[in-house]
Design a protein around this ligand. Structure first.
Ligand SMILES: NC(=O)C1=CN([C@@H]2O[C@H](COP(=O)(O)OP(=O)(O)OC[C@H]3O[C@@H](n4cnc5c(N)ncnc54)[C@H](OP(=O)(O)O)[C@@H]3O)[C@@H](O)[C@H]2O)C=CC1
Ligand SMILES: O=C(O)C1=N[C@H](C(=O)O)C[C@H](O)C1
Length: 278
């Protein structure tokens, strides 16, 4: 049964690896109802979202590629809480998806990575003007938040740090959104890392990885068999301090996704990072 505190949820990217996990999690959440399942992949059109996600019973929610009519449908719902769109699609699609959702008053919870800094700023301004909550969360796992906190702490004592992120080889963007966010959190401390020790020459382009702010290097590995992994390696004379997080199942992101769906309706602007809503 639904009431004014039930949250209507649309999942965008519903046929993807993350979308299917989100469908299962939302279907099991007592305070949420799946109202729409969007995906552009032609082979999944009209399939039941619940069956596609591996649930034993159909949810009677067919996969569609019609975003705007779906946003309009959920925006018109007056017997429940404001609608939320969870987006796990593609770096090329997420910016337009989020703008469309905000334009309809639907709150975006965004896991899709690969937005540029300019796009994030533009969405921040757009959400602010619309007084609409929006969450951009590069990583929904609690383990990664704890790793980042430990890295921020360690970076007060170490001047040398490099990040290695390792992912499955279906990933479209590099470096990962999580690695970029981790580097940002360290760079915000206002200190420059990795002061050069010698004049370096890259004999193959990219050998030293990508250069983020404040001298922080990020290296990206893509292999079948990986899911999502990150190391932050600190070095100093005579010692190495390594922080590592490993994902072994995408269900690890679901507590964070459900928390974000519940929190986004309390916000009036865009918030970046899971740590801000814990
Ligand atoms: N924040 C976090 O904690 C996490 C973030 N991610 C991020 O989430 C995103 C999705 O990851 P993942 O589920 O592994 O990817 P998948 O490729 O498995 O799933 C994405 C799905 O979205 C579909 N799609 C592509 N474009 C659109 C669009 N414009 N509208 C609707 N659907 C679309 C794809 O269809 P088709 O295949 O036909 O293109 C596919 O079915 C990535 O950016 C990834 O980095 C992933 C894990 C955790
Ligand atoms: O593509 C993935 O899988 C993941 N993407 C996110 C990122 O780019 O950081 C989060 C997690 O690493 C999994």
């Amino acid at each position: 049964m639904t009431n004014q505190s039930t949250i209507p949820v649309i999942v965008n990217g519903a046929a993807g690896k993350m979308g299917r996990e989100v469908i299962k999690a939302v279907a099991q959440a007592p305070d949420m109802i799946l109202m729409g399942a969007l995906d552009t992949s032609p082979e999944h059109q009209d399939k039941d979202a619940g069956e596609l996600a591996g649930l034993s019973e159909p949810l009677e929610v067919p996969i569609t590629n019609q975003l705007e009519p779906m946003l309009g449908y959920v925006a018109g719902e007056r017997q429940m809480a404001p609608g939320v769109m969870v987006d796990f699609t593609h770096p090329d699609a997420v910016y337009d998806n989020v703008r469309s959702a905000i334009a309809y008053g639907i709150r975006p919870v965004v896991g899709t990575t690969g937005l540029s800094a300019e796009q994030v700023q533009d969405l921040t301004d757009f959400a602010e003007k619309a007084s609409t909550g929006c969450l951009l969360i590069p990583n929904f796992s609690i383990g990664m938040v704890l790793l980042q906190q430990a890295a921020v702490n360690a970076s007060k004592y170490f001047d040398h740090v490099e990040i290695i992120e390792l992912h499955h080889n279906q990933k479209a963007d590099a470096p990962s959104g999580t690695a970029i966010q981790t580097a940002q959190l360290l760079a915000e401390l206002g200190k420059t890392f990795n002061p050069p020790q010698v004049e370096e020459t890259e004999k193959l382009p990219g050998a030293r990885g990508s250069l983020a702010d404040e001298g922080i290097r990020i290296h990206s590995v893509r292999l079948p068999g990986l899911i999502a992994h990150q190391e932050v390696i600190f070095g100093a004379a005579g010692q190495i301090y390594t922080l590592r997080h490993d994902t072994s199942d995408r269900s690890c992101y679901m507590p964070g996704v459900l928390l974000a769906i519940r929190k986004v309706n309390q916000l009036k602007s865009l918030v970046y990072g899971l740590e801000k809503i814990l």
